[in-house]
Design a protein around this ligand. Sequence first.
Ligand SMILES: O=C(O)[C@H](O)[C@@H](O)[C@H](O)[C@H](O)COP(=O)(O)O
Length: 328
Amino acid sequence: MAECALNLASSPPALSANLHISPTRFSPLRRTLPLTSPSVAGKPLFCSHLHRRNSVLSTNSSRSQFRTKSSMAEKMTGKSKAEVKVYDSEEELAVALAKYSADLSEKFCKERDAFTVVVSGGSLVKSLRKLVEPPYFDSIDWSKWHVFWVDERVVPRDHPDSNYLLTYDGFLSKIPIPAGHVYAINDALSAEAAADDYETCLRHLIKSKILDISKESVFPKFDVMLLGMGPDGHVASLFPGHPLVHEKEKWVTFIKDSPKPPPNRITFTFPVINSSANIALAIVGAGKADVVYKSLGDDISSDLLPVQMVSPEGELVWFLDKVAALKL
Ligand SMILES: O=C(O)[C@H](O)[C@@H](O)[C@H](O)[C@H](O)COP(=O)(O)O
């Protein structure tokens, strides 16, 4: 058995008729939560191989206040009412995503003494960079964070394609998260076995009350999922037209014919994604404008894209930069 191991857009883009923009101004975050025990995110907790280590990562104690502006709209997608926020630049989006994550961290750390965070690979990881800067670096209680991947490529952890490596280099190596709170896949296993192993890991974490379970769906309920979207509308490793988008039973499954290389991956299924308490979709760049329009515009086609199937129990927020939202 596995041991677990939008500035207020100075010129807001024209949005479609069902998106009503209202300006909003984010107030600066003021919080100070001490780090309880310095530790390092050097090694992940490989599901199957539990490694717990304590050491020290870099700290950054200076503080500043972030103020950013956006255009906002609300939209019904699936069973959820989605908030759509459009930022003038990716930089402003990253600032807002940091505040969003820090606010949720504060809430869940208070409520359940743990914060379960799921990330994707891709450009999302770069958009997390403001979390490791003041004021968030110091105000977040990193010792309560537990980090998971919504999907992972079945490659060694030091392989350039590894989402773990991408996240480690861009985020985890910069925060004092306990190594045992980083849940990387066991890269010694096949895709099938790694998916089973990750699911077993999640079951252990539910037993130990680190991970919540949805009373509605009886699937794991993560506190937040921070996800990207591919230019074809895929999320996680759930691709348009692939049978895996209809998986109803498994928590974690595998794919051996991923249209986006590499072909072998594991991925959370929609029942798990949609049991989340919060989901942020962070989408940047002109290359995403068509699919953002297809997903949020008025043109409703019968075949839903995977991103349109994202419909959490809790709140859904789309973070778009101005160019990704250009066609709305
Ligand atoms: O392993 C993966 O391939 C990623 O997790 C993937 O699901 C990613 O999030 C999207 O493809 C968006 O990536 P970009 O933001 O880089 O387009």
